[in-house]
Every structure is written in structure tokens, then in C-alpha cells.
Ligand binder design. Sequence first.
Ligand code: IYR
Length: 224
Amino acid sequence: MQQHDCSPLSDFIEYPENEMLSRSKNFYDLVKRRHSIRSFSDRAVDKQVIENCLKAAGTAPSGANHQPWHFVAISSSDIKKQIREQAEFHERGFYEGRAGEEWLAALKDLGTDADKPYLEHAPWLIAIFSQKKGGITEADKNTNYYVHESVGIATGILITALHNAGLATLTHTPKPMSFLNKVCQRGDNERAYMLLIAGYPANDATIPAHAQVKKDLADIANFL
Ligand code: IYR
């Protein structure tokens, strides 16, 4: 390996094998209770919880460790209202034709439509941006690598962290999403990647049957 500055791996924890087995099972039991919901309570969620989950997301591996992401956590009613208005405007165009027949057919069993009341009801919206240029510090303007992969992994950790904290989420990708740059005051170097809705589920929250069909292990993996 090339000469480079480094320190010993000191915080790795090795578990006894039986504990490893139970931990892996417990984690599966935890994450299989994560469901995307579309009906949120307006009950407030402490900002510190969101901060901790964002810190967890920020530990994600990334190309050359450039951490090519930015999260805008929104609790302001005014900004949520603007996002709802613009998302619904674009979604109406999507559902009224832009999506095309095949895409609309794929969404039928989820029951989604252009109405996005949760964008105002939920206590937190987290707009996730990817950065084309960057580096190990915020001031850098170097090329970023594997941006989609990196931001995808960070988003996955964020969703899991929020679920682990006891919150429900919804991944939302209004199409197009570029209005988020303006509303969130993010520059040209950033591209809106996803909008995450986070909060407590409303009492009437449901899970579409379609979303509960998960492929078997044998269908998603094989061992060589
Ligand atoms: N962005 C739209 C449409 C939509 C697309 C997919 I793919 C989904 O899995 C769910 C919805 C919307 O949020 O309604």
C-alpha cells in the first residue's frame, strides 16, 4: 500500500458468533418494520433527533471521501408550503400525461397521485442534494467521484437512522426536482437528489399491499 497518514482501527467491535447471529437477525427485524407512509401527523419532532440522523448519514462511505452531499432540513411552515405548491404543480403534469401509461400503471397499486398534503403536515422535510464538485473540505472545488452511489448510500443510512430513532419516512422525487435548488437556496454545483419526509405516522396511515411484497432471499441473492 502507498505511504499515507493513518491510525490503528481502534473502534471495531468483534462480537461472539452467536451474538453476531442475533444482531444480524435483530437488525433485519428492525428494518423490515420500515414502511413508506403517505399520511403524517403534524406532531413536532425534536431537531436534535434530525441532527443525529444527519450526522449518521454523513458517516457514509463516498468516492475519495469527498462526501458529495448536502442536506437541507426544513421545519419552516412557509418553506414547506412553497415546496408543496411546487411539487404538486409538477406532479400534476406528471400524473396528467408526462409519466406515460406504463409508469402510471406501475404506480396504480401504490395509490399515489398529485396531492401531497404530507409535504405540509410532516414536521420535517429533508431535501438531499448531490454535489458535482467538492472535496474533503466544504471549500474544495475538485471533481467528485461516484456521486450517485455516495449520495444513495448516505440517503439509505439516513432513512435507516430515522426509522431506528422511531420516525416514519417517505422518499419523494417530484419530477422535475430543480425547484428545490431555488426554494432551498442551493447553488448550481448542487442537484436535488431526493426529498425525504420524516415524522410520526398519522393515525390513519396505511401501507399499500403492493409495497408489502418483498422478494425472497433466493430471488435477490445467490451464493457462489
Ligand atoms: N414522484 C411521483 C411518482 C412516483 C414515482 C414512483 I417510481 C414511486 O415509487 C412513487 C411515486 C410521486 O411522488 O407521486
